[in-house]
Write a protein that binds this ligand. Structure first.
Ligand code: BG6
Length: 513
């Protein structure tokens, strides 16, 4: 085994061979995420030969499922959702070592049985095995699972060694500051922080990792990455899909909790943080926490303030009529849940003071696109025009996170001809054209990192609290207003007019990515 220190940004995936013998236990084994993402991720790690030789999978759930049936569910999930086609000979070895443990989440006896099962596995391979618990259940049962992992002695297994137990916790991590703090307290009562992996799958996306490489592996950006050159930063995470079958969940969440508090805030932290002193997980996360803490409290005035919320009405997406949010299954016709949120943030530090950061995320928008755009100040004057009214377009550096992964710089260039006419042009870097399209899925990277014990791409407890501290007052003010102040937007559009107004106040406008 490669025992050299490794790091996701120092070495490529091919060097990731270092996970000790592991049993992954998935709580919420019959859930959607398990089928769509987790099992396909494990399969693709098997395809890349990145699973340890002694790898076991245990699904844990309330309903009783025979091992054989769970194996079939797993292979069907791979066939349906894996980025690579199912190959029986690759899955065979993992499939044989896949089991199912039925039990309630508050049933200590079932956790004791789980411990015995893991101990039997250890006996069969003749050595200690690390347990990686993946909590992929609704948040209402996070607490009993965590407490039973502690009570059954599962959390403290092999502490102090590389085979110490680890726990991955899915979102939502709390629904406000108080509940996130409480959850951190419960976790802290059972696990040490370095055993804990709070997941935000955006951090596992290839392009999000590339943001750090582009920032810190090139010299051309750092000198201009500050208030002297940057006019504003726009972070967009737009989806064309509606809430689909998740109306019930979404009613308890909304765009702010579902996307802004976690995914877009993480993108902001990586964009705005200071260069870390090293790529050590703590060094990177220290910088993220520092910048999150430097964000000024938001102005919560419903009209003049820094926040906009809206709900989609019926409209056309890709030419097809789609229903409005309140007509979706599981959604109350009087719902005051936002499906779109936009924020204007100011970071009160030397680098960013005075540079607005605009964040927006919504469902049923014009198209699916996630990007971070750094918009630079306009060049002074305009040497190329006699009219003072004609401004040059400002330069932009945009990181396209998905779907068309890459980055684009826009510049002003001369249109060929005898006159001097200027037009913005774009320089593109596209992952697909440069590297081909065999990009790992976020969950592959993250499951592997957790098996290896590398927390860089996971959220630390204080990070999640810093983000909730900012967002919680927004929720409180929205809750007090109820449906008052909720804007509407047509499905298939770029969001409500109020979001445009948010930027017009600063003489900015949203990009149309
Ligand atoms: C999830 C949200 O965290 O992210 C979903 O709960 C959303 O509502 C999804 O659709 C978007 O992820 P991705 O990777 O498709 O951009």
């Amino acid at each position: 085994m490669d025992s050299a220190p490794r790091h996701p940004f120092l070495k490529g995936l091919s060097k990731h061979r270092g996970a000790p013998p592991t049993v992954v236990v998935i709580f919420g084994a019959s859930g959607d995420l398990t089928a769509r993402k987790l099992i396909p991720a494990i399969y693709n790690l098997a395809c890349d030969n990145l699973l340890p030789a002694d790898f076991f999978l245990i699904g844990y759930g309330r309903t009783s499922v025979p091992d054989e049936e769970f194996r079939k569910i797993a292979s069907d999930a791979i066939t349906q959702f894996s980025r690579r086609p199912f190959q029986a000979e690759i899955w065979q070895r993992v499939g044989e070592r896949t089991h199912y443990q039925a039990g309630g989440y508050d049933e200590l006896e079932a956790f004791n049985q789980l411990r015995q099962r893991i101990e039997t596995i250890e006996k069969s391979v003749g050595q200690d095995v690390q347990a990686l618990f993946y909590i992929s259940t609704p948040p209402t049962v996070f607490r009993p699972i965590l407490e039973n992992l502690g009570a059954a002695g599962l959390a403290a297994r092999h502490l102090g060694t590389e085979k110490a137990s680890k726990v991955i916790i899915e979102k939502p991590f709390g629904r406000d500051l108080a509940s996130a703090q409480e959850l951190n307290r419960v976790i802290g009562g059972v696990f040490q922080e370095k055993q804990v992996f709070r997941i935000d799958h955006y951090l596992g996306k290839e392009t999000v990792q590339d943001l750090l490489v582009q920032r810190f592996a090139n010299t051309i950006f750092e000198p201009i990455w500050n208030r002297n050159y940057v006019d504003c930063v726009q972070i967009t995470v737009a989806e064309d899909l509606g809430v689909g079958t998740r109306g019930g969940y979404y009613e308890t969440s909304g765009a702010m909790r579902d996307m802004i508090q976690n995914h877009t805030m993480q993108l902001l932290a990586l964009t705005a943080m200071e260069p870390p002193v090293s790529l050590d997980p703590e060094a990177v996360r220290d910088e993220k926490v520092k910048v999150l803490k430097a964000i000024r409290p938001l102005d919560l005035h419903p009209i003049e303030g820094d926040t906009v919320r809206a709900q989609y009405a019926e409209g056309l997406v890709a030419g097809k009529p789609v229903p409005g949010y309140t007509q979706e299954k599981g959604v109350s016709p009087e719902s005051a849940t936002e499906t779109y949120a936009a924020l204007r943030l100011n970071i009160a530090n030397w680098r960013w003071d005075g540079v607005p950061f605009y964040l927006r995320s919504g469902k049923r928008m014009a198209r699916r696109v996630s990007e971070i755009a750094i918009q630079f100040k306009r060049p002074p004057g305009n040497l190329f025009s006699e009219s003072e009214m004609i401004n040059l377009t400002s330069n932009t550096l945009a990181f396209q996170i998905q779907p068309d992964e890459g980055s684009t710089v826009s510049l002003n260039a001369k249109i060929p001809g005898l006159e001097t006419r200027i037009q913005p042009v774009k320089m593109h870097f596209r992952y697909k054209t440069t590297f081909g399209s065999n990009t790992p899925e976020a969950y592959e990277r993250l499951v592997l990192d957790a098996m290896i014990g590398d927390g860089t791409l996971f959220i630390r407890g204080d990070e999640t609290e810093a983000s909730w501290k900012l967002i919680t007052p927004v929720h409180e003010s929205w809750a007090a207003l109820g449906a008052r102040g909720m804007e509407g937007y047509a499905a298939g559009s770029w969001g409500p007019l109020a979001a445009d107004r948010l930027l017009w106040k600063d003489r900015h406008q949203w990009r149309r990515p």
